[in-house]
Design a protein around this ligand. Structure first.
Ligand SMILES: NC(=O)c1ccc[n+]([C@@H]2O[C@H](COP(=O)([O-])OP(=O)(O)OC[C@H]3O[C@@H](n4cnc5c(N)ncnc54)[C@H](OP(=O)(O)O)[C@@H]3O)[C@@H](O)[C@H]2O)c1
Length: 235
């Protein structure tokens, strides 16, 4: 299952998964409608700000044997003219902060709430959410981007907390956060001029790296945050 199937990284993950014959079924969940012409794909609508849509999708995704992978690729950094990452304290706006927390922290937590029961019980199964390196508190040297940083730090804590609960009942579950690197997408586009060409990943490259990281994870690594290169990011 990929949530955020309309996004740059989410759609690239789906394209790669569909090249494999090991992918027997794929649930592609998104807010914006998408078109994928493949008999293995079931596309469903979800909006992370509407919990009922997550409950309805979860009810529609029950399959025998359970899911091997649930990957949430949703997120928000800016939106039109109204929401921009803050450069300083005086730019903080409670509504903007609440919106980023709703989409980047609370939404992914509700994804774990509604979809983790769908994970396979008899083998390793992965619940992963795209986080961001800037959510690391110990790594924060540059400052700025208050709401995005804080909402991703909260997400990391929610992933860790869910991992503890899931490990107690489901020892084969791997519940992790992932940092995809700097990836060309609608989200990153206004900020890419700060980077050299070599520092920017195309969505396909990032998606392929993330799938390799996921493939190699073991239940002993649950609760942690990993970058695209497999290296752990400290909280
Ligand atoms: N790109 C980077 O450099 C970078 C770096 C670090 C971390 N990340 C993280 O990677 C993830 C994916 O980012 P991306 O670069 O692929 O960005 P993107 O192309 O802008 O994709 C964002 C996705 O989130 C979805 N979304 C936003 N709000 C939603 C909601 N309320 N309900 C359902 N879906 C919602 C969007 O859906 P719609 O199509 O409906 O808008 C879209 O599919 C994010 O978590 C981001 O924080 C990205």
């Amino acid at each position: 299952m990929v949530i955020g199937a309309s996004g740059a990284i989410g759609s690239a993950i789906i394209r790669i998964l569909l090249t494999s014959s090991a992918t027997q079924r794929l649930f592609a969940l998104s807010r914006r409608s998408i078109e994928i012409h493949d008999p293995r794909v079931t596309a469903l609508h979800v909006d992370l700000e509407e919990e009922a849509s997550l409950a309805a999708a979860a009810a529609a995704c029950q399959i025998e044997g359970g899911l091997d992978l649930i990957l949430n690729t949703t997120g928000i950094l800016h939106e039109g003219e109204a929401i921009r990452p803050e450069k300083g304290l005086r730019e903080l706006d409670p509504e903007t902060m609440a919106r980023l927390f709703r989409i980047n922290s609370i939404g992914p937590a509700l994804v774990m709430k509604h979809f983790s029961p769908l994970l396979a019980r008899d083998r390793r199964a992965i619940m992963a959410s795209l986080s961001a390196r800037v959510g690391s508190i110990s790594d924060n040297k540059a400052g700025g981007w208050y709401s995005y940083r804080a909402s991703k730090a909260a997400l990391n804590q929610l992933i860790r907390t869910a991992s503890v609960e899931l490990a107690a009942r489901r020892p084969q579950v791997v519940c992790v956060g992932l940092h995809p690197g700097t990836v060309r997408s609608a989200m990153s586009e206004p900020f890419l001029q700060r980077y050299t060409k070599n520092e920017i990943f195309e969505p396909e490259t990032a998606a392929s790296s993330l799938l390799t990281v996921l493939r190699n994870l073991t239940p002993a690594q649950t609760g942690r945050i990993f970058a695209w290169d497999g290296k752990e990011i400290q909280p």
